[in-house]
Design a protein around this ligand. Structure first.
Ligand code: ZN
Length: 224
């Protein structure tokens, strides 16, 4: 009994003085590769590139996030040219959403902040998914839309790499989609979180890491 109490006390104190390392070494180098995708079986998901996050006047502006707009634009143009499906997600909250306790008010439905940034405005026929939480599959018709179009591969772009992009990657992998991540089309505030999230996507979700310039869409032969 006494031994047990001492053991518990030592454990308790051990918990209080636990120190995490300040510098970590990557177990192995992350690598980007050339990737070829079939446009008819692929969807480009542009995640939450909205004024509140990517515009310096936004309510939850992530400093530097606007840097991914141009790489995403190049990716968007090649996805459109190739005929791939393009889907935009928008973080979309009702007033007094419980998530505001964590992040403060942002992306309120119908406001300027919830709109997709001007440079990436959806074209006619492109799909918008308005999502109440981080994972774009949660409580949205995304999976149904993808399946009805026989989409097998998701190309992930947008913000933030360690929050909505990561949670959507997990949601996609759990549903059997193949993931492709052009690392320069993703923005994460902290470099540590960026690398940790990409490593998880690559090692655990088996996502293929590439860049906007190394991602190619297969040219579909005309049957005419
Ligand atoms: Zn939100």
């Amino acid at each position: 009994m006494i031994a047990k109490v001492i053991f518990m006390a030592v454990n308790y104190v051990g918990g209080l003085i636990m120190r995490f390392p300040e510098i970590l070494r990557l177990p192995e180098k992350l690598e980007v590769r050339d990737v070829m995708v079939k446009p008819m079986e692929s969807a480009l998901l542009i995640i939450d590139v909205q004024n509140d996050f990517a515009n310096p006047s936004g309510r939850l502006y992530a400093r530097g996030a606007e840097g991914v707009i141009q790489p995403i634009k190049r990716l968007l143009l090649s996805a459109r040219r190739a005929g791939a499906t393009v889907i935009y997600t928008q973080d979309w909250h009702v007033r007094d959403d419980p998530e505001f306790k964590i992040w403060g008010e942002h992306a309120v439905e119908g406001t300027w902040g919830a709109e997709i940034v001007e440079e990436l405005k959806p074209a006619d026929g492109e799909i918008r998914i308005r999502k109440p939480s981080y994972d774009a599959f949660y409580s949205t018709p995304l999976d149904h839309i993808l399946r009805s179009r026989n989409i097998r591969t998701l190309i992930l772009a947008g913000l933030l790499g360690n929050v909505c992009v990561l949670c959507t990657a997990i949601g996609g992998a759990m549903r059997g989609y193949k993931l492709v991540v052009p690392v320069d089309a993703i923005f994460t505030i902290q470099e540590f979180d960026n690398v940790a999230s990409l490593r998880f996507m690559s090692a655990i979700l088996k996502a293929e890491l590439t860049t906007v310039d190394r991602l190619r869409f297969e040219v579909v032969e005309s049957t005419l």
